[in-house]
Design a protein around this ligand. Structure first.
Ligand SMILES: [Zn+2]
Length: 421
């Protein structure tokens, strides 16, 4: 690389560093503000790297100058990533346009699922989609510093912009937080130590032999993705109970066939969730409170095409072998599982309050948990709308009722904090 190119790149890196420094506010104690020191750390590291390059440039050979030029190009790209992070998330720190109950629900999810403390940032996205992004993990890969992964830092909750506070769909957020749990707790490693890998390998070889054009590494990658998704479903089911079944059946939605990709087919996921709920003792509840919906969901998988491709055969047979291990590993990592007998102690009183339009705080059996409240919300909403498959859609689109539930979560959280003080 010639001197003109090197000078331009050096100037770009220097000016981008200065531009970013100028827009990052001073440290504060606000919600989400751990973003600021994290961004500053990333910017400082890039500046140090630039100064190192400048030092080495003074008496560098042509070959070394090319290497240093490539380094500056990399720093330039890294700063563009930081620009994106700052542009996307700085304004989300301490945002006040989100209902307090939603913030309480997010705090509950962090307490219930994540091994390390986290500082949530709520970000609204144009897609009707939920996801999370652990910025410390991203920073760890940018800085090549794995110690950052376990540090308390910002985690972004991406929520659909037009309906961010949908209480009945909140179990989907539990699935999304599950992805961080799978990574931080290394649940895929735990699973491979539990299952019989010889059996999986036999299925792999048998199915591969049926497809000469198959890409074996792609198949393995797909299996890893499918297992991660099912682990997240299992975490969300253990934490939120039947609410996850109703939320995922509505959100996926359950009848969609789904192509062969990174996620298991919706029917497969619904069947897996039903089987996990049955094993936790929810079958009687489902038959009593949502018989029509549950009966229909139980038929979904049998309606799938009966001749799978070799890849599909490999994936479905492999996950079937691992199913009970997936469910039990997930259950071990949920701080407090939604328990059917605990729920039944408070559900009648909760339902009565809901029917009267009174957000609950303290009940005869103590303060309900947010997930007891959400399940009761589903119970009341399904009953109100006729307990059919259509009722699932009507329940999530009932904005007034979802706002009422979010208010209830706020009151429940305040009562919990009051009692703990
Ligand atoms: Zn997922």
């Amino acid at each position: 690389m010639d001197d003109h190119g090197l000078q331009l790149l050096d100037e770009l890196v220097k000016s981008k560093v200065n531009e970013l420094r100028a827009i990052i506010p001073a440290d504060s104690q606000s919600r989400g503000s751990t973003l600021f020191p994290l961004l500053r750390r990333l910017i400082d590291a890039t500046e140090v790297e630039r100064l190192d390059v400048l030092k080495d440039l003074s008496n560098a050979s042509d070959i070394t100058r090319s290497v240093l030029g490539r380094k500056l190009l990399r720093y330039n790209q890294k700063l563009d990533v930081l620009h994106m992070l700052a542009a996307d998330y700085v304004a989300d720190v301490d945002r006040r346009d989100i209902p307090v109950g939603l913030l309480c629900l997010i705090d509950t999810l962090i307490d219930d699922l994540l091994p390390n403390p986290a500082d949530p940032l709520v970000h609204l996205v144009p897609d009707r989609m939920y996801s999370t992004l652990t910025l410390t993990q991203l920073a760890a890969s940018l800085l090549n510093d794995s110690s950052l992964v376990a540090s308390a830092g910002p985690i972004v909750f991406n929520l659909p912009a037009l309906d961010p506070a949908n209480a009945l769909l909140s179990p989907i957020l539990a699935h999304e937080v599950g992805h961080t749990v799978v990574q931080e707790r290394k649940l895929l490693n735990q699973l491979t130590q539990t299952v019989d890998l010889g059996q999986i390998d036999a299925i792999f070889k048998r199915c591969l032999a049926k497809d000469p054009k198959a890409d074996p590494s792609r198949w393995k990658g797909q299996l890893g993705s499918w297992i991660s998704e099912l682990l997240c479903d299992a975490l969300a089911t253990a934490l939120t109970g039947p609410s996850f079944l109703y939320a995922s059946a509505t959100f996926l939605p359950a009848p969609s066939g789904g192509g062969l990709g990174s996620h298991p087919f919706p029917a497969e996921r619904v069947r897996f969730t039903l089987s996990q709920l049955d094993s936790f003792g929810w079958q009687g509840y489902l038959d009593t409170h949502s018989a029509m919906v549950t009966d229909w969901l139980r038929t979904l998988e049998s309606n799938r095409p009966s001749i799978p491709s070799p890849e599909e055969e490999f994936l479905t047979e492999s996950v079937a072998l691992m199913e009970s291990a997936i469910a039990s590993i997930a259950a071990q990592h949920v701080v407090s599982r939604l328990d059917v007998s605990d729920y039944s102690k408070c559900s009648a009183e909760l339902c009565e309050l809901f029917e009267a339009g009174i957000p609950p705080s303290r009940l005869q059996h103590g303060v309900p948990t947010p997930w007891q409240l959400i399940l009761c919300g589903w119970e009341v909403a399904l009953q109100r709308h006729g307990n059919s498959s259509r009722s699932l859609g009507q329940a999530v689109s009932d904005r007034a009722f979802n706002a009422f539930l979010i208010k209830g979560i706020e009151l429940v959280r305040i009562t919990q904090l009051w009692d703990a003080a």
